[in-house]
Design a protein around this ligand. Sequence first.
Ligand SMILES: *Cc1c(COP(=O)(O)O)cnc(C)c1O
Length: 436
Amino acid sequence: MKQGEEDPMTSEEDIKHMYEQHVMRTYAPQLTLVRGKGTRVWDTEGKVYLDFGAGIAVLNAGHSNDHVVQAITRQAAVLTHVSNLYFNEKQPKLAAKLNAIGLGGKCFFANSGAEANEGMIKLARLWGHEQGRYEIVTMQNSFHGRTLATAAATGQEKIKKGFAPMPEGFVHARFNDLASVKQLVNEKTVAVMLEAVQGEGGVVPADPDFMTGVRALCDEQKLLMLCDEVQCGMGRTGKWWGYEHYGVKPDAFSVAKALGSGYPIGAIVCNQKLEDVFAPGHHASTFGGSPLACAAALATIEAIESERLVERAADAGAAFAEGLSVLAERYAHVQSVRGKGLMQGLVLDEDAKPLCEMLMDMGLLVLPTAGNVVRFLPPLSVKDSEIEEALDMLDDCLAEWHGATAEAAPEPPPEDAAAPAAPAAGAQEETDDVAE
Ligand SMILES: *Cc1c(COP(=O)(O)O)cnc(C)c1O
């Protein structure tokens, strides 16, 4: 296309072809989307879908939220970027807001979840440096990003395979097993890092005793407690931050995904103990905290507040979880339901991917994860009627699926809803997660 010409709508076929030719194959998308509003998105054929993935927990305030669209448009016309060599009005305003709903200290701005975590890891190491402490205990099945350090922090082998040597300084404890964390703490340990609700790990909430136990251990051993709120933060679980469900506060947490409603921005949010650890020259980012990114994030937080979306996530999440539990009782292939607020997982007794593909064909977008878990992360603005609609589609889909598999496997395996369902053997290896 020459400059000045109108961009004609390219056909889905041409789009796919261009992807194959020009874009590295790190993902395997199946659908081309052209428009979104609220909980709904449209494809090139004009078919509408209920988006219960929300761009992987990004559109918490809904697709094309009016307030966010206005803020981005207005800011784009005035000043997009200046670098951190200059002040910009939006950055301290966003920081003040995040500190008020966060930990009362200060913020650092980055551009993604991985970058926020990478910065948080550096912050912890710098804090422990003089005492020679650098090792961070993270959790098995955690997910912290795809840079080398955040992949090393991630407690999943499939993410590291082929990229050796990995950066040192990370050891993995069993999630929800305090004794296994204690076992790994030694004179080199500087921090414990975890998600209040593991997202990529299969929508697994921390046990209350575990979270309070980790906080107590960190206090006792003078370690930092670091939370990765990239997926479970920004109101997703029915509170601003996942850790708030446990009556504890970490020393720092990372946030990204939903922070800018799709405009890339991430942040480290810390308490007063850590607020002056970084000094000029220690850490930096060219794009971090640009006027445009901060305007998008400020407007996102304002929209979540004015539309009362945190409360909405709690209420709608409870209703949705109840509906899912009914389906879990009805269908033998569903082992259990788990999650918090509008971060819910349906645990199957087999690979979740085929079911997610069937749901897509029916018009419901969801995210398979950890092999056998169907993950739901709808916009927090989801309407009651949309939840009903999604549950109906899921009901139909499970009925069809059950019918199709009933002949192949007439004996449903025994259910064990109480056990933390492990991914179906082999499923994890084969499954390319949609996410990250
Ligand atoms: C998505 C995710 C990340 C990585 O975020 P990116 O923006 O993809 O780099 C880190 N931690 C958690 C918990 C996530 O869900």
